[in-house]
Design a binder for this molecule. Structure first.
Ligand code: FEV
Length: 393
């Protein structure tokens, strides 16, 4: 259950029974489709989620970059982001496992919303842990979670963003492993979480592969996706990984600067793949933003969903192998891309997603003549932030 030197199960002993139970369920239901689990997952994702999502040509951007730019519209999935693919899969799996309670972390509130929606749809009680910093900057999603019937537990320790929310949720899980499933929101955490989340999200590239052949008659020269924990990234990449002719760009948050302040223990970015080093966080060995003593540093990004000191071990491995190219763009470029896509294509993207478009703007020649950009989510949740941030600049 590891990816080269990355991955593994670095968890306290108290969690091992739950991890082993989950590993067994993953193998039986997801890998072996026991009791038709994956068939039911796909059917519910179509009926409740609205899959398949379109692969749409962006005419304005294609003219601007003299490249055929196709958009994989995960912003059109129910809830407004790719997060439902994984949340629905894990809540359904929790039911198959006989669990009675769902917990999850959230940063941007998209994973929290998707988990709350899936829990309401599948009649499961649900509690979401969310840092108070993120509660303040993603308020529309806090309302949605509560209106979908979930409890939202503010996390006040540390900086009150994603890292602390994951730690608090893991603590709850360790106390309630008997009746509770932790729906982790990205390809992070101990095995089998990174593989399972990637498998649920891989529906994105499964569809995109078929759609691009249909519309363009060939494989794309590249696929571009933003990377926080890496789940929309690996979802958009997975079915293209085997084809070396397809370049894969993982766009991280360059925040306000790539220069870290080891004294303060603060990295004003979230570029773990590009600037981090090897360490263990949240149960997995991966690439992290840590100082010389191995202390995890606080990250930063204008987008809550990319604001994380770690990254999925599978992505760390693929970067190590040279199969995925890690890149990053800063807050300003992401905000400009947010406005550009809204004005030029009529799509208001999530601030996370805007990072992928900022990369395209800065490197149009890197993506070849035919590229797919993963639109991981829509930007309704970010309107207040963007109005404030744009006024400041
Ligand atoms: C699990 C914590 C991450 C969250 N969101 C991350 C996110 C991301 C980054 O997460 P990954 O796909 O897992 O890298 C990209 N696009 C959108 C629209 C996002 O909301 C969340 O809580 O909603």
């Amino acid at each position: 259950g590891s990816f080269g030197q990355y991955g593994g199960q670095y968890v306290p002993e108290v969690l091992m029974p739950a991890i082993e139970e989950l590993e067994d369920a993953y193998r039986r239901y997801v890998l072996d489709n026991e009791d038709g689990f994956m068939d039911e997952f796909r059917q519910r994702l179509a009926d409740f989620g609205g899959r398949p999502t379109p692969l749409q040509r962006a005419d304005r951007l294609s003219d601007r970059y003299d490249t055929d730019v196709y958009l994989k519209r995960e912003d059109l999935l129910h809830g407004g982001a790719h997060k439902l693919n994984n949340a629905l899969g894990q809540v359904l799996l929790a039911k198959y496992m006989g669990k009675e309670r769902i917990i999850a972390e959230t940063g941007a509130g998209q994973h929290g919303t998707a988990t709350a929606m899936a829990a309401a749809y599948l009649d499961m009680p649900c509690e979401i842990y969310m840092g108070e910093t993120d509660i303040a900057r993603q308020r529309p999603n806090v309302f949605r979670m509560r209106i979908n019937g979930a409890e939202v537990n503010p996390v006040t320790v540390g900086r009150g963003t994603l890292k602390e929310a994951i730690s608090e949720t893991m603590r709850d899980w360790a106390t309630n492993v008997e009746d509770t499933h932790y729906v982790i929101g990205s390809i992070v955490g101990p095995h089998p979480f990174p593989s399972m989340v990637r498998d649920f999200q891989s529906v994105i590239s499964e569809e995109a592969l078929e759609q691009i052949r249909e519309k363009a008659g060939r494989l794309p020269d590249s696929v571009v996706a933003c990377a926080g924990g890496g789940s929309n990234t690996m979802g958009a990449f997975h079915h293209f990984v085997a084809d070396d002719d397809v370049d894969l760009f993982a766009v991280e948050a360059g925040g306000s600067s790539l220069t870290v302040d080891e004294e303060e223990g603060v990295a004003p970015n979230s570029a773990s793949l590009s600037t981090g080093n090897e360490g263990v966080l949240h149960g997995a060995r991966t690439k992290l933003l840590q100082d010389g003593d191995g202390q995890i540093m606080e990250s930063h990004s204008v987008s809550a969903g990319l604001d994380y000191s770690g990254v999925g071990p599978e992505l760390a491995h693929l970067v190590e192998e040279g199969r995925v190219t890690p890149v990053n763009v800063d807050d300003d470029a992401a905000l400009e891309a947010f406005h550009r896509l809204s004005q030029d294509e009529g799509i208001i993207p999530a601030l996370e997603t805007a990072h992928a478009f900022a990369f395209l703007e800065e490197n149009p020649d890197a993506v070849g003549d035919l590229t797919i950009v993963n639109v991981s989510g829509r930007g309704d949740k970010d309107l207040e932030t963007v109005i404030e941030e744009t006024a400041k600049r």
